[in-house]
Design a protein around this ligand. Sequence first.
Ligand code: AGP
Length: 614
Amino acid sequence: MCGIVGYIGDKPVADILLNGLSQLEYRGYDSAGVAVQTGTKINVYKAEGKLENLSSVLMQHKGEFAQSTLGIGHIRWATHGAPNVINAHPHTCNCGNLVIVHNGIIENYKELKEELEKNGAKFKSQTDTEAVAHLIAYQYEKTKDLTEAVRIATSKVDGAYALCIMHNDEKDKLIATKRNAPLLVGVGENEYFVASDVPAIIPYTKRAMYLNDNQIVTLTRTNMTLIDKDGNELPQKVEVLPWEPVALSKMGYKHFMLKEIHEQPDIIRNILVGKLRSAETPIELDEVKLNKDTLKNLNRIQIIACGTSLHAAMIGKYIIEDFCGIAVDVEASSEYIYRKTVTDEHTLVIGVSQSGETADTLTAIKQAKAKGSHILIITNRPDSAMAREADSLIPVNAGIEVSVAATKSYIAQLVSFYLLAFYMAEIKNSMNSAELQALKSEMMLVPQKIEQILSHKETIQKCAQHYANTKDFIYVARGINYPTALEGALKLKEISYINATGYPAGELKHGPIAMLDDSMPVLSILMKGSVYEKILSNSEEAKARNARMIALTNSKDEKLKDLFEFIIEVPEIQEYLSPLIAMIPLQLIAYYIAEYLGKDVDQPRNLAKSVTVE
Ligand code: AGP
């Protein structure tokens, strides 16, 4: 998390930095800051909270940097030190001549700090980053060469970083470097841009160079030099980014989240184009580069992901095992990377990530790759670090997701899993073909069914308002919709801060039932199919403990009216495809509760869209 930007060129720098940071706000919004070269010195401006606070600070001081054409900026998601002005970046050395911005975590900052303090460094903040500022300044005193100082200093640093650095004694220079954190350099006419992500530079240039780990780039207004950690000059791979500048707009919706929920039917249609042509035509999935014989004989898949992507992965497991008879393990990336996993060259490893940058998932797929596994990445960012590690890449094409709470990327990941499962089932001939055709046929109707839900949102809104003041919320389901219950609970927690939990309905009686009383809402996901009656019985058990029962169902069963105080009806759908339908009301319940409570729906507290620290 955290986003960094830098600019060197001939244009006023403050606006470029602010615009860049506004494109990176999804990476954090605890504080923001910029440092600009004014000709005589470097001025630093910082503000706690969202970027608009920094904009106000800059407005008050705009006379001080009107001519500045060199600067760096930062948007923070706090790791070390509270989110206040002192801990906001940029950070400086003792005299303020050297300034840096940082995304990542410096793991050995305590040892570095101890050593640097002995040499006279005076620390002002509680951040890990400040150690790097003092360390580079210390090396600069010895070398009087900023690039060399950065090279030596970063060789002493453990952890992850993307850094952008400037020094008042080298007024025509900007340095950037990275290790295990994203960073790219935009190349313009006599100007260069540095950013954690493409949207910050795309309004200015489409030509860019992605930095690899431990590379150091030195930028002047007219020149770019790239070296490795040993100081050897490297060739520069400037590419044209396949991106158009997009004006991110809410299109009349109150929040991006609501807009993104409404985009889901069209996103599904777009994904299906060219891949699912008709029920009878085989699925086309050229993105999968494993040859068909290998796929036929495949007997082990591991899926790794975090958060919402992990819930999509759990549904992926369910359908791949059922349709293809292949054993699938699903694991949170943050767990996978710290144990001995049985992963080898015969395992297909699937990484799922909206951002393609999540540090834990990125590390996990690198570990799996090192063991010889074929890496298949399902991501919304085909230009991401994970995509660059992929042997097979399935872009989910959901478009930029602004809301921190993932909605449309989740549905797009699910559809990608369905296509993959259908594709493998056809190759393996592992499924009854009439059943498979019926599923493919019904998949084409899913967008319409979601539209039906979206056009009758009033009941969902009413339900949300009815339960908005509850402190806790329980979601239960079984089978393929158990991950839907988890995702419904995650959405509600994220944006309303209500303590919500998802359980397999059958597990309620093994403990959670003790929490039930007449203040606890229990939402049962009751989709018709193999476990319908079982969930109904579990719901009866909860009702018997006076819980406030809500049904999310596609059944018209009259007896539900006695059991549930609220019923949210959704269209009929084949059980296997029901997660695509059941999730929509749950997204809307979370949205309307948070909106009703006046929460910051698109940028909930403590979160960031892209989690680039382990
Ligand atoms: C989703 O609403 C969350 N904000 C979060 O759990 C997210 O899914 C998780 O951080 C994984 O991100 P990724 O999909 O970009 O890897």
